[in-house]
Design a protein around this ligand. Structure first.
Ligand code: FAD
Length: 488
């Protein structure tokens, strides 16, 4: 609808606003936040790139209340911005600056509804914190393998809405691949119960997959059936030093050949990434006696025994040394040591932030092209923006790199960004497209990457996306301005 046919925006702290009054009647006053102070944490994204305004923050406590809130919003023509843990990295959960939208927080839908160990499934509400889902699975003797650094505060609804990846995609797949069924409140306020824990179900269009990765633009996820796996009997974590991303790829091939599905982690870290960690977190232990161009973190998960896992790992490393692929390697001898290896990897983004301003790109290219992508793009950036420092790390086994650019050492970082940011984004994304990749591997489009997506996707693909949006949300009330953009 046109902005002009909507009522004037009432004061944000006005409980007499008819929309707010109806929400209070339906959800209770304590679950309709309207003061600037109460709403503040819901109006800014994790990276503090966007600061929005809202008419209210709604906190329904059940699927029925979500549906009721959506129907009230529809009656008052108020757009809704679904929000889980607010850890998204693309601005998808932040309302715009108009003050006309309302945030729909799923934080109170937090129940683990059921666990079915025989079916290897868990049914959880959207606002369940990821770490709590992992804990519930562990308590039932099972593994819920989705794992990422924000797991202490992100929600399963947000993981589904962004189709989150994390560190175990290599073996278990993305959130999409871990989901068997969904419960969704449609933009019309109806409840679709698709909570089927089936591994086979060919009964027409796959509605579940439409809502996964849609970043809240097609409906509100209120619950999900997720897959569970056996807890591994043993895990081996190791760091292996290699000479280049090309050598890392050869090591990946060798490891997958030797360990198959037991290879559950394969993360690449360039020397500069680790140098940043050493510089800003000197208390963290770097286990090698010298620096190497690239370090790979490998993890094997074994259902047999510790001895079997170690045997497998040692055999693999012997071949890698014999082939000249690996320059040095250390195996974690305890859980603490294993945690310390993962900490090195997980501190890279934090070290980057400590170092100063930077430009982030979360991209994917076919695994076989990663080495060429890095060489080619590094050379383009070095020529275009002298002094730029590439911070390249990521889930190599998934073809997913965090290809980030740090401003030059000691220079005026802000001036560098003003001058080069747009050019470098374009250059990286053009290189991604030339390598048949994706400009957003894990973090979605939100409002951050709408233009780059429109520039790099075909008219046919964009047209199909708009057709879907129009069909499911004809009034454009579900998280407008995200994913495919456009003004209501
Ligand atoms: P939010 O940030 O609240 O929302 C994200 C998007 O989903 C928004 O568009 C929102 O509107 C929508 N949404 C949220 N809940 C619902 C719902 N119930 N129904 C419909 N739409 C909804 N991502 C990775 O993939 N891999 C990583 O390794 C990774 N590491 C991270 C590390 C850190 C430190 C941080 C801060 C983030 C990381 N992320 C990673 C980003 C990741 O997208 C989020 O952490 C997580 O998946 C989002 O969950 P959330 O509950 O915080 O969602």
């Amino acid at each position: 609808s046109d902005l002009s046919d909507r009522a004037a925006v009432p004061s944000r702290s006005n409980p007499a606003d008819p929309f707010v009054a109806e929400c209070i009647a339906a959800l209770g006053a304590s679950n309709v936040l309207i003061t600037a102070t109460d709403m503040a944490s819901y109006l800014t994204d994790w990276r503090k790139r966007y600061i929005g305004q809202a008419r209210a923050v709604l906190r329904p406590g059940s699927t029925e209340e979500v549906a009721e809130a959506v129907r009230i919003a529809a009656r008052h023509d108020v757009a809704l911005v679904p929000q889980g843990g607010n850890t998204g990295l693309s601005g998808g959960a932040t309302p715009d600056e108009s003050g006309t939208q309302a945030v729909l927080s799923l934080g109170r839908l937090r129940a683990v509804r059921s666990i079915d160990p025989a079916n290897n499934t868990i049914t959880v509400e959207a606002g369940c914190i990821l770490a709590e889902v992992q804990d519930a699975a562990r308590a039932a003797g099972r593994l819920f393998p989705l794992s990422l650094a924000a797991e202490g505060s992100c929600t399963i609804g947000g993981n589904l809405a962004t189709n989150a990846g994390g560190t175990a995609v290599l073996c278990y797949g993305t959130t999409r691949e871990l989901c068997l069924g969904l419960e969704v409140v449609t933009p019309a306020g109806e409840i679709w119960n698709g909570l089927r824990g089936l591994r086979k179900d060919n009964t027409g269009y796959d509605l579940r997959d439409l809502f996964i990765g849609a970043e809240g633009t097609l409906g509100v996820i209120t619950a999900a059936v997720m897959k569970l796996y056996p807890q591994p009997a043993a895990q081996v974590t190791a760091l292996a030093a290699v000479s280049s991303p090309h050598a890392a790829l050869k090591l990946l091939e060798l490891a997958q050949g030797a360990a198959g599905p037991l290879l559950t982690g394969f993360e690449l870290m360039s020397d500069f990434c680790l140098e940043l960690v050493r510089r800003h977190f000197p208390q963290m232990r770097y286990p090698f006696a010298q620096r190497y161009p690239q370090v790979v973190l490998l993890e094997l998960s074994d259902n047999e025994s510790e001895a079997h896992a170690r045997g497998l790992f040692e055999g693999m490393m012997e071949t890698a040394f014999d082939d000249g692929l690996v320059l040095d390697a250390v195996v974690a001898e305890s859980l603490t040591a294993s945690r310390a290896f993962w900490d090195l990897r997980e501190h890279i983004p934090l070290a980057q932030a400590e170092e100063g301003l930077n430009i982030k790109h979360d991209i994917a290219v076919p695994i076989s092209r990663i080495g060429h992508f890095i060489d080619y793009t590094d050379a383009l950036i070095a020529a275009a923006a002298p002094g730029a420092r590439m911070v390249v790390f990521g889930h190599l086994g998934d073809g997913n790199l965090h290809y980030n650019v740090q401003t030059p050492e000691g220079g005026d970082a802000r001036a560098f960004l003003n001058r080069y940011q747009e050019q470098l984004n374009r250059l990286v994304y053009d290189s991604v497209v030339a390598h048949h990749g994706s400009i957003s591997a894990e973090h979605g489009l939100g409002r951050l990457k709408i233009e780059d997506n429109a520039r790099t996707k075909s008219a046919v693909e964009l047209g199909l996306m708009r057709t879907l949006k129009q069909a499911l949300d004809p009034h454009g009330r579900m998280n407008p301005g995200k994913v495919i953009g456009g003004v209501r």
